[in-house]
Design a protein around this ligand. Structure first.
Ligand SMILES: CC(C)(COP(=O)(O)OP(=O)(O)OC[C@H]1O[C@@H](n2cnc3c(N)ncnc32)[C@H](O)[C@@H]1OP(=O)(O)O)[C@@H](O)C(=O)NCCC(=O)NCCS
Length: 163
């Protein structure tokens, strides 16, 4: 709960929430409720802490679909810290966790057209482009084309052997 102020910083930024399903927080009490009732109550949601500043600069979550041994994820970074490799570092760890400890077979992710930085993060983590769904979702009243990426366990193992 000590991270609420830090979370509010990024959750209240319209540039951060532009491609997210939820609207920017306008009051810190909204953030307090989300941290308490969603972040703390749901397994698989991780805070991303910048160790040097002891600051929570974002979050990443892993959503497991046990029926198909697969997972998906979402990530958010405070805009002040974009393009420094933090989302790539966090997603890399989530993918490693999913395959090495949780026994998953596939990790899939998606981003809306326009949010290409997110696709770049997935590429840097070894994920493969799978295709694009035209006007696949309607978010905040706007239809978005959705770009899909995935990595299979066998691809992750092969990439580790190359390194
Ligand atoms: C998407 C997001 C999590 C990326 O976080 P980040 O810590 O900046 O990511 P990284 O620094 O690890 O990598 C970003 C990469 O995208 C690239 N990039 C940034 N903007 C880009 C753009 N418009 N087009 C193409 N590439 C872009 C960067 O150059 C970098 O790649 P590089 O290392 O090859 O130069 C961050 O921008 C964010 O929080 N956005 C708002 C929330 C969001 O959209 N989440 C994802 C929903 S799918």
């Amino acid at each position: 709960m000590e991270d609420v102020q830090d979370v509010f910083l990024y959750a209240s930024d319209d540039a951060v929430t532009k491609y997210l399903t939820w609207p920017s927080h306008v009051d810190i009490s909204q953030t307090e409720k989300v941290v308490k009732e969603i972040f703390m109550a749901t397994p698989g949601i991780f805070a991303i802490e910048l160790k040097s500043e002891g600051k929570c600069i974002g979050c990443i979550d892993l959503r497991i679909c046990a029926e198909h041994d697969k997972g998906s994820f979402g990530y958010t970074i405070n805009r002040e810290y974009w393009n420094k490799g933090y989302a790539t570092e966090a997603l890399g760890l989530i993918i490693d966790l999913a395959f090495s400890k949780l026994g998953l077979n596939r990790i899939e992710g998606m981003h809306y057209v326009g949010n290409e930085g997110s696709g770049r993060v997935m590429q840097k983590c070894g994920m493969r482009y799978e295709g694009k769904g035209l006007q696949e979702v309607k978010i905040k009243g706007i239809y978005h084309d959705v770009v899909h990426y995935a990595i299979l366990r066998e691809e992750w193992i092969a990439s580790k052997q190359v390194k």
